[in-house]
Design a protein around this ligand. Structure first.
Ligand SMILES: NC(=O)c1ccc[n+]([C@@H]2O[C@H](COP(=O)([O-])OP(=O)(O)OC[C@H]3O[C@@H](n4cnc5c(N)ncnc54)[C@H](O)[C@@H]3O)[C@@H](O)[C@H]2O)c1
Length: 271
């Protein structure tokens, strides 16, 4: 396993699912952790990880939609650990949205909840962290998108018929990933996104129940596990400063959970 002793990693939405899996693996690799979530249970997760791994954990209840909240948490974490190396912008929400059936009130509320959490939250997290990573001489940002924007070969993009707002929020992350990767290439900061298929978490269980999908143990066993996604994140980190940046990395069911060959970096048409 990669050695992250002396490094500091920040994970948003770490009280459950993929974020918690990321936090556990980072701590098992020796990184000090700054973790936050909307849920109070982030403190239980913090205590458990600290006891299991012995790393130092700074945890707080933070709403990533609130600029003061997430900027403040990043500042506190940097001063607590004297630096920042790894940022996983993971916090996200999902709910079904229907362009035919939803009344205006639901449309407005859905847009605020999903876009503010999934897109503005990633924006604030990255913007708060980037000056510190650049000042450090390098760093690693992983944005959490979805396979809806990066499907397996032969499949259409998009998540389905009741996903317009969720998908719009996740497509927006692509703009941040691409632009930050370019801007930060001279600063030693790599920026990529994970675009994963069904991974066992509260969110996928809720979505499956809303669509009356088969949730038998047999089906759930086919879903990926947060720890597998976290292991791939560590592999991506281990590529080092010369590693890829600006890539949407698809991670799909019925495919090996592995990094694809590094893509050629095409010249930009814009300064
Ligand atoms: N599970 C999947 O199949 C899957 C697939 C593709 C992408 N994703 C993405 O993975 C990320 C993690 O989701 P998950 O599947 O682990 O679900 P999850 O519901 O288990 O975890 C999401 C976490 O984010 C937290 N959160 C929500 N809103 C927040 C806010 N405003 N501020 C701070 N924290 C907030 C929640 O409290 C929760 O702990 C999300 O961005 C999701 O869109 C999940």
């Amino acid at each position: 396993m990669i050695d992250l002793i002396g490094k500091t990693a920040l994970v948003t939405g770490a009280a459950s699912g993929i974020g918690e899996g990321m936090a556990v693996r980072l701590a098992e690799s020796g990184a000090n952790l700054a973790i936050c979530d909307l849920q109070e249970s982030i403190h239980d997760v913090s205590r458990r990880i600290a006891a299991d791994t012995g790393v130092s954990v700074h945890a707080a209840v933070v709403d990533v939609r609130n600029s003061d909240g997430i900027y403040g948490f990043v500042e506190e974490s940097v001063s607590h650990f004297s630096g920042l190396d790894i940022v996983i912008a993971n916090a996200g929400v999902w709910r079904p949205t229907d362009p035919v059936e939803d009344p205006k009130e639901k449309a407005v509320e859905d847009w605020s909840l999903l876009v503010d959490t999934n897109l503005k939250g990633v924006f604030f997290t990255g913007r708060a962290a980037i000056p510190h990573l650049a000042a450090n001489g390098g760093g690693f940002i992983l944005n959490i998108a979805t396979d809806h924007i990066c499907p397996p070969p032969g499949s259409a993009t998009g998540g389905g018929t009741r996903m317009d707002v969720y998908d719009a929020s996740k497509w927006g992350i692509n703009g941040l990933t691409q632009s930050w990767a370019k801007r930060l290439s001279g600063e030693g900061v790599r920026v990529n996104a994970f675009c994963m298929d069904a991974t066992d978490s509260a969110m996928i269980r809720f979505a499956s129940s809303k669509f009356n999908r088969d949730m038998s143990e047999e089906v759930i066993n086919t879903w990926m596990k947060p720890q597998q996604i976290a292991d791939l994140m560590l592999e991506l980190y281990a590529e080092g400063q010369e590693g890829r940046s600006g890539e949407n990395i698809g991670i799909w069911l019925n495919h090996p959970i592995e990094l694809p060959p590094k893509r050629e970096v095409l010249p930009s048409r814009h300064p």
